[in-house]
Design a protein around this ligand. Structure first.
Ligand code: NAD
Length: 471
């Protein structure tokens, strides 16, 4: 196999490999693999006294369910192949975690650091206008979200532009997700991808049999973790894994290099240090061990590449010493590297499963937007009254009293963020169990990634078949 297989091609290869373990007709597999719509966009922006042509894309990979859904990334590495591959991964991701959308992705080929906030706003608004012109955005058509280089701010600009053109459209707030909470977003979305990575890892590590094969004890507590990329996904994965999983983050890589501390880094302090100094290098107690890819080669239980694609390749896969790799970023392990890791016995939790927390909570946000009310608003007080009544009855019947702390806990109604997190936990846990079961039922499936693609393919194929297109 060539070392330079395109990203989209490598996703297609994964599908071909997985399809061999299903009885889906080959023509249907072809339909599932292709991108349904590809939009290339070029528009000018004024920079100083000159003009710059901005290159952008939006790809809707699959219309088997609508709307389509997928993030928008701002990166100099954006090209059509990358956006097509990421859109395809969104289709498989949504199917795997039972989010009823087709996959899509958008990209603008810029380095946001090279533009002022005003210029970024112009670029975002113009891009949105192009999507509106081509009918490529809308709550029932295609719903963007944040990705690499974008966040709630950009999503708020997209919403505002959409609403300016679609004034009075009652569901317009559902045209984009990942919005600020004050702009019809949902609590828990910002950290959702990282939180999902944590839930997925915790579920994976809970199976004693599987961990034994890796030479690990069951349970996430006390495991060592290395993270590449301290952006939205990497930072929340680390913070939540430390706080709720008792994990020790011993290594971190950012653009400026890699640091290591065998005693565990205080990630909250490290994030503050980087904010103040612009770098992770020199963080008290840590050792500077090399460039941005040095941390990938550290000995650890869990490696979390959370920056960009193509980070573990033919070149460095042999030197990776982690036992588990959680692909928090999209496509961080190339297909060739994946084969090497498998031969070394490394367990790879594939991107389209492990980073599905973002789209899952985006789905909750979209549901909230379409229902026009906050989750929990109708039932909170009702539930609290029922639980209080029940507790009072139990105390009366037993003659015993619960502590005030227990009473407060047991009689509270779920807040929005609690409901979102419990929905996310359930989604990530169930999806892992389905993938694991698929693998166990057919031990000739070579790895977890293939098992996950088999699960996703079966669900998508069943949608097509029930549409009657493929009797
Ligand atoms: P982000 O822009 O918030 O963070 C990316 C971080 O990676 C930045 O801090 C950047 O400085 C760092 N980085 C870039 N190149 C690096 C290198 N060579 N070595 C080390 N660090 C490097 O982006 P994000 O939203 O956290 O997305 C990260 C990855 O996760 C992307 O692949 C994205 O597609 C994927 N993802 C994101 C979401 C989401 O909800 N944001 C959801 C699913 C998947």
């Amino acid at each position: 196999m060539s070392a330079k297989v395109s990203f989209f091609k490598s996703v297609e290869q994964y599908i071909d490999k997985a399809a061999a373990y299903t009885d889906i007709p080959s023509g249907l597999v072809e339909q599932i693999k292709v991108c349904n719509l590809v939009l290339q966009i070029r528009f000018p922006i004024r920079v100083g006294d000159n003009y710059q042509v901005i290159e952008a894309y939006r790809v809707q990979h699959s219309h088997h369910r609508l709307p389509t859904k997928g993030g928008i990334r701002y990166s100099e590495m954006v090209d059509q192949d990358e956006v097509m591959a990421l859109a395809a991964l969104m289709t498989y991701k949504c199917a795997l975690v039972d989010v009823p959308f087709g996959g899509a992705k958008g990209g603008i080929k810029i380095n946001p650091a090279n533009y002022t906030v005003e210029q970024l706003q112009n670029i975002t608004r113009r891009y949105t206008t192009e999507l509106i012109k081509k009918n490529f955005i809308g709550p029932g058509i295609d719903v963007p979200a944040p990705d690499y280089g974008t966040g709630p701010r950009e999503m708020a600009w997209i919403l505002d532009t959409y609403q300016a053109f679609r004034h009075g459209e009652i569901d317009s707030i559902g045209c984009v997700t990942g919005k600020p909470v004050t702009q019809n977003g949902i609590r828990g979305r910002n950290e959702a991808t990282g939180r999902g990575v944590f839930y997925g890892l915790r579920e994976c590590l809970s199976y004693a049999d599987d961990m034994k094969k890796l030479g690990l004890s069951p349970g996430i507590a006390g495991k060592t973790m290395v993270i590449q990329g301290l952006g939205n996904v990497g930072s929340h994965t680390g913070l939540i894994s430390i706080e709720e999983g008792d994990v020790k983050v011993i290594g971190v890589a950012e653009r400026e290099g890699s640091i290591y501390d065998p005693n565990g880094l205080d990630l909250a302090k490290l994030l503050q240090f980087r904010k103040e100094t612009g770098s992770i290098i020199g963080f008290p107690g840590s050792k500077h061990i090399g460039g941005p890819s040095a941390a990938l080669e550290l000995e650890c239980d869990i490696l979390v590449p959370a920056a960009l694609e193509n980070q573990i390749t033919l070149e460095n896969a042999d030197r990776v010493k982690a036992k588990i790799i959680a692909e928090a970023a999209n496509g961080p392990v190339t297909a060739e590297a994946d084969a090497i890791l498998r031969s070394k016995g490394v367990l790879v939790l594939p991107d389209f499963y492990i980073n599905a927390g973002g789209v899952t909570v985006s789905y909750f946000e979209w549901l909230k937007n379409l229902s026009h009310h906050r989750f929990g608003r109708l039932e909170n007080r009702f539930q609290r009254n029922i639980f209080t009544g029940l507790l009072n009855k139990v105390e009366e019947m037993t003659g015993k009293q619960v502590t005030q702390r227990d009473r407060d806990f047991l009689t509270r109604g779920g807040t929005e963020v609690e409901l979102v997190n419990s929905g996310l936990e359930d989604t990530m846990t169930i999806a892992y169990q389905q993938v694991r079961e698929t693998w166990r039922e057919n031990p000739s499936i070579p790895d977890l990634r293939t098992a996950a693609f088999v699960c996703a393919l079966r669900k998508i194929a069943s949608d097509y078949i029930s549409m009657g297109i493929f009797p």
